[in-house]
Write a new protein. Structure first.
Lengths: 255, 665
């Protein structure tokens, strides 16, 4: 083994969406502080497969460099664990101590049903984007990219909102399971750019309507979403969404 | 035998003429033609969205839980385009030339020229769809440099260019999903293609949640499934990146082009231990401002390795900026293959700087202070800034340019790169090889196409930085929408074939048998055990340096691994459920077969070129030595049975670029 930490895990095990789940204890020995949290799960799963007594733990992960948004563990009561601004895959065991007990659960939200163990279904986010999170420009219609200057501050702010990785930590962190931060990040990005302007009213109305249809809760401005967001998406996006939404309802063109 | 279908005429007008003469499918007929797109990265998402906009009925598949997670998302540095916004002498020809030369004269001229031609449209399209590229204060787009070029043609969005481009393409895709023009199948993995009467007519896919196998018909099938770097186990690819879709197509008749061409990226975070599951890239863009060095003296390198010497304390004259020394014209911005080999050469010679001896420095201190620090000081009208002031000013600029990369580095290594030079080492990053395609991007199976990294066509033996995003989007947005018409114009009278057709039934049974076989072995070793063994052999013998003896040995070792795998792998659970271990087992089984072909191809290619470096073919200065007389061709492998292939060759004709020994000195 490559390290000398011993970790006690309590992991949510659930066979599928229809069955009951429960926390199960596992002890992982020889953990290296340089391991990522997911690599510790690799070690545990390797052991579970080799022993053949228990099925390996299912969890979502892909890029393991903090950008794809697929990993999604709720660690000791916090989405993506104790560190600020990182995803689960970028959380390293040096953030824990030898002998620690760590509780690992899936995202909990009615709109994110559990598939198995720690993996949940986040396709609601795709449907929200499909309802309006785009600019309707067919391939081939574009004008020269430099024909429309965009103030650097606006471009930077749009980029900061567009950095959302769609992981769903905001929903998991929210006591109401609201998806406002996710939706507002996309609404903001496109509202800040001139290309997004023509559809800004229908976009915000449709996306909020779809968010409600999917069963996400209401926003009460607690701010847990932004505090737990691995990409530190700002709460001001929610304020902007609210402005966009009310203006769109009034039919104002806000120019 | 291999017809690349390159249009006649001068290179500048081939594509223009082709576009105006290619057969068209009228809008009414498009509605009755179905296209399957497998993979939703830059190539897949842009193709699916664009084809749906044109009116085709599209089905899009991805194994991830959302199309937005495809591994294009992780591309960091940028995307090239011959816009010449910087007025520094760029042009379509120059991008074409740089790409051919960068690929060490092993790419197809006509495809590369087309790529350069459409590169500008990609930037226009992306900006129009809301991609927030970096901008200057005047509101116009910003550019930076990448390896192997002497102009600034790379567009970027901090160190997250792939993310922003993919989210742009994804939003276009989701728009079509919302309109009902694309049906989306996420958490679905393609496990076979179905050919009927010599044409590709559909796929077998597994719903990864329920485990159920599904049959899908299409008049054409597009594989946009990325590269096969994970054959090395450790790579910068995502954990799920795999060769399975391409490999199944290969086994059903699609030739595999240049499998041995792999790109080892010079700037990745070094391996830290045997628990490692993947490697993380530090973008090539960092080489704009980071200088690469090792100590000049072995004693100093040893002292650094033992922790007795702090690299910051090593005097300027005791450092060897070996890229600047060896390649004064391009310096730290030599192409990836050259930079990687140079790092390996220094480390092999005993100058490595981390515990394993396999790391070199990428150091920002100089430019932080003297390039950016001074700039800011001048702007602030400070005429005699202190060293501390310079560092502080430069720190802010570096943070804005590369902040997310520096954060990532610190998160992974626990070391602050603003204060200490980064340690980096080459790692597997990209595969230039892939399914052989003609000018239309069609494989050797009619109706079956390969786009983006999944095909072999544009990067020769080495890809230049910021060209993968360009190729993915070029293929999806601007090439396939035209070239697919050439095929589908003749398919308009073909009614959708029932998925009860015997070919579908047979293919599904084969897939099901293979899954059950994997589950029935009930051996003693987990899938990763085999994958790691395979990866180590590939890295040691078919990695940065290759030779006859090593490759021959590797082939027989891989055959043994294959045998053992099918006797002793342990796959828990069953086929009718969400079973990630089963998915992994299928992919590793395919990697094992591919690994053998890669070694075979590397052995057959008795020359060095680009990323394929044969130790027995090098110049006195240690550069790759090509053999144009015998190897100026694409090696396209036809599958006969497992472990048995036939080689076909496509001769590469250079009518516009004079081939020469590649020099970056």
């Amino acid at each position: 083994m490559s390290g000398n930490m011993n970790i006690n895990l309590k992991v949510w095990r659930q066979k599928n969406g229809k069955s009951q789940g429960k926390l199960v204890d596992y002890k992982v020995e020889g953990v290296s502080p340089d391991m990522s949290f997911l690599e510790m799960f690799d070690v545990l799963n390797d052991r579970l497969v080799s022993e053949g007594k228990d099925e390996p733990i299912a969890f979502d992960h892909d890029c393991r460099e903090g950008i794809c948004g697929m990993c999604s563990m709720y660690i000791n009561g916090r989405p993506h664990g104790p560190n600020q601004g990182v995803t689960t895959c970028q959380l390293h065991m040096r953030s824990f101590k030898d002998g620690d007990t760590i509780v690992v659960e899936p995202w909990r939200a009615a709109a994110f049903p559990v598939i198995k163990d720690l993996a949940v279904d986040r396709s609601a986010f795709d449907r929200i984007i499909a309802s309006g999170g785009f600019i309707s420009v067919n391939t081939g219609n574009a004008q020269d990219a430099n024909s429309l200057p965009i103030p650097k501050d606006n471009a930077d702010e749009a980029f900061a909102a567009a950095a959302c990785i769609g992981c769903g930590a905001c929903v998991a962190a929210c006591k109401n399971s609201s998806a406002m931060l996710f939706v507002s990040a996309k609404v903001s990005q496109l509202a800040l750019l001139p290309q997004g302007d023509p559809e800004r009213n229908t976009r915000v109305l449709n996306m909020v309507a779809q968010m409600d249809t999917e069963g996400f809760g209401a926003c009460t401005n607690t701010g847990a979403c932004s505090a737990e967001c691995p990409k530190e998406i700002s709460l001001t996006n929610i304020a902007r969404l609210n402005r966009e939404y009310f203006a769109a309802q009034l039919g104002s063109d806000r120019s | 035998m291999l017809d690349s279908k390159i249009p006649q005429g001068p290179i500048e007008s081939k594509w223009t003429k082709y576009k105006s003469t290619v057969p068209l499918v009228n809008p009414a007929n498009k509605r009755s033609l179905e296209i399957i797109v497998v993979g939703t990265g830059l190539a897949g998402a842009s193709a699916a969205a664009t084809l749906a906009e044109l009116g085709y009925k599209v089905k899009a598949f991805c194994f991830q839980d959302s199309p937005r997670r495809a591994h294009s998302i992780a591309a960091q540095g940028g995307i090239n385009a011959a816009k010449n916004y910087q007025n520094d002498g760029d042009s379509v020809y120059r991008l074409f030339y740089d790409t051919i030369k960068g690929g060490d004269y092993r790419a197809r001229e006509a495809n590369v020229h087309r790529l350069a031609e459409v590169s500008g449209n990609i930037i226009d399209q992306s900006v129009a769809s809301g991609v927030p590229f970096a901008r200057e204060y005047g509101g116009l787009l910003s550019n930076r440099s990448f390896g192997g070029t002497q102009v600034q043609r790379t567009f970027y969005a901090a160190g997250q260019t792939g993310q922003q481009l993919l989210l742009g393409a994804y939003s276009g895709l989701q728009r079509q999903v919302g309109l009902g023009n694309v049906r989306l199948f996420s958490r679905h993995e393609m496990l076979d293609v179905v050919n009927i009467d010599g044409k590709c007519r559909g796929i077998i896919a597994r719903d990864l949640v329920s485990g159920k196998l599904e049959r899908h018909f299409g008049h054409a099938v597009l594989l946009c499934t990325g590269g096969y770097g994970n054959v090395f186990f450790l790579s910068t690819n995502a954990m799920g990146s795999n060769v399975t879709a391409a490999w199944k197509a290969h086994k059903k008749g699609a030739f595999f082009g240049n499998p041995c061409y792999t790109q080892i990226h010079p700037t990745c975070i070094p391996v830290s231990g045997d628990h490692q599951s993947k490697l993380t890239l530090m973008s090539e863009s960092l080489r704009n401002d980071g200088r690469i060095w090792v100590p000049k003296r072995k004693e100093d390198a040893a002292a650094i390795r033992e922790g007795k010497l702090n690299p910051n304390d090593l005097k300027e004259e005791d450092r060897d900026y070996y890229l600047e020394r060896r390649y004064p014209a391009f310096g730290n911005l030599v192409p990836r293959d050259v930079a990687s080999r140079a790092a390996k050469e220094r480390c092999d010679a005993g100058f490595g700087v981390n515990k394993t001896g396999e790391a070199v420095y990428l150091d920002f201190a100089f430019n932080m202070k003297y390039k950016y620090g001074k700039q800011v000081a001048t702007l602030k009208h400070i005429s005699n800034p202190t060293e501390e002031q310079l560092t502080a000013f430069g720190h802010e600029v570096i943070k804005e340019k590369y902040g997310n990369l520096f954060d990532m580095y610190k998160q992974i290594t626990g070391v602050d790169p603003y204060k200490n030079p980064m340690m980096i080492y080459p790692a597997v990053h990209y595969t230039m090889g892939g399914l052989w395609v003609d000018y239309n991007l069609m494989t050797t199976v009619p109706g079956l196409y390969a786009l983006g990294e999944a095909n072999f066509s544009d990067h020769g033996a080495n890809r230049l930085g910021a060209s993968a995003l360009m190729q993915g989007l070029a293929d999806g947005y601007f090439v396939i929408p035209y070239t697919i018409g050439a095929y589908l114009a003749n398919e308009i009278s073909v009614k959708p074939i029932s998925t009860d057709h015997e070919a579908f039934v047979k293919a599904e049974n084969e897939v099901s048998d293979r899954l059950n076989k994997l589950l029935a072995i009930k051996g003693t070793k987990p899938v990763d055990y085999f994958h790691k063994r395979l990866g180590k052999i590939m890295w040691d013998k078919c990695g940065m340096a290759r030779n006859v003896e090593g490759l021959t040995w590797a082939i027989s070792e891989i055959q043994k691994i294959r045998e053992e795998f099918w006797k002793d792998v342990r796959v828990p659970g069953d086929a009718n459920e969400f079973n990630p271990e089963l998915e992994k087992a299928g992919r590793v089984a395919d990697f094992i077969e591919l690994g053998e072909l890669m070694c075979k191809d590397a052995l057959e290619r008795n020359e060095s070129c680009g990323g394929h470096f044969r130790e027995d073919h090098q110049t006195e200065e240690g550069e790759a030595l090509r053999d144009d007389e015998n190897f100026k061709h694409v090696a396209a492998w036809q599958f006969n049975e497992v472990g048995n292939w036939s080689l076909h060759k496509e001769d590469l004709v250079y009518e516009n670029i004079k081939i020469a020994q590649r020099s970056y000195k």
